[in-house]
Design a binder for this molecule. Structure first.
Ligand SMILES: O=C[C@H](O)[C@H](O)[C@H](O)COP(=O)(O)O
Length: 229
């Protein structure tokens, strides 16, 4: 599944705005995707200028980006806490997100969920009244047919995500397959999240319900920040 695209300028504004929250000594969760990449680049520049931080990557892509940017990396087992996580989203409705357009949502949910402050960076094309994009499920490969049937039983329309640069399915960084499951407008994100979590074979779904502390929304000329505390 492709992520939706706002302008790169708007994404950069959001990413840079969130990176400004980071201060000396912090452990920072580094999200995945084209918007979080701008935050990683901005943090890299701050590190260059003397900022002392350590990053925790949420994917192969964010690890590579952080290494290129010169951000020292650590892992969850080496730290007591994650001060802030900065991550993108495919859709935002109030405090609820759909993530996983880059198939990284399982690791992202762990890092974003454990962070003291979870900051989302998006361009304004991502904000909606009601979440409606397909919900990505990371699925154990052997369980894929079972999960497909279970998703249909709960009213969804699952589609195996396929790769563009290889024959066959997308395989996540952790070796799982991805089912993009359409449910139409999602009026009850918490209810659907709980249903999807209960399906055997589902490693993680892309609904992030009520986890967000702060959202930075970039436009071509500005950035707005919404805080939930
Ligand atoms: O799996 C990928 C992530 O959840 C991304 O954070 C999400 O897809 C947003 O990516 P982008 O900023 O490129 O639209």
């Amino acid at each position: 599944m492709k992520t939706q695209g706002g302008s790169s300028d708007a994404k950069r504004r959001a990413g840079e705005s969130a990176a400004n929250l980071v201060v000396d000594g912090m452990v920072v969760g580094l999200g995945t995707g084209s918007t979080a990449a701008h935050a990683i680049d901005a943090l890299g520049e701050a590190v260059d200028a003397g900022l002392d931080v350590r990053g925790i990557a949420t994917s192969y892509q964010s690890r590579r980006r952080a290494l290129e940017a010169g951000i020292p990396l650590t892992t969850l087992d080496a730290v007591d806490r994650v001060d802030v996580a900065i991550d993108g989203a495919d859709q935002v409705a109030d405090r609820h997100l759909l993530k996983g357009g880059g198939a990284a949502h399982a690791r992202e949910k762990v890092v974003d969920g454990v962070a003291d402050r979870f900051v989302v960076v998006v361009d304004s094309s991502k904000t909606v009244e009601t979440l409606s994009r397909p919900v990505p499920l990371a699925v154990l490969p052997d369980a894929e047919p079972v999960v497909e049937r279970a998703v249909e039983d709960v009213g969804g329309d699952p589609e195996l995500r396929t790769a563009t640069a290889k024959d066959g399915p997308v395989v996540t960084d952790d070796g799982n397959l991805v089912l993009d499951c359409s449910f139409g407008p999602i009026e009850d994100p918490a209810g659907l999240a709980s249903t999807l979590s209960s399906l055997p074979g589902v490693v993680e779904h892309g609904l992030f319900v009520g986890m967000v502390d702060e959202i930075h929304v970039g436009t071509d000329g500005d950035v707005t920040v919404e805080r939930f505390d």
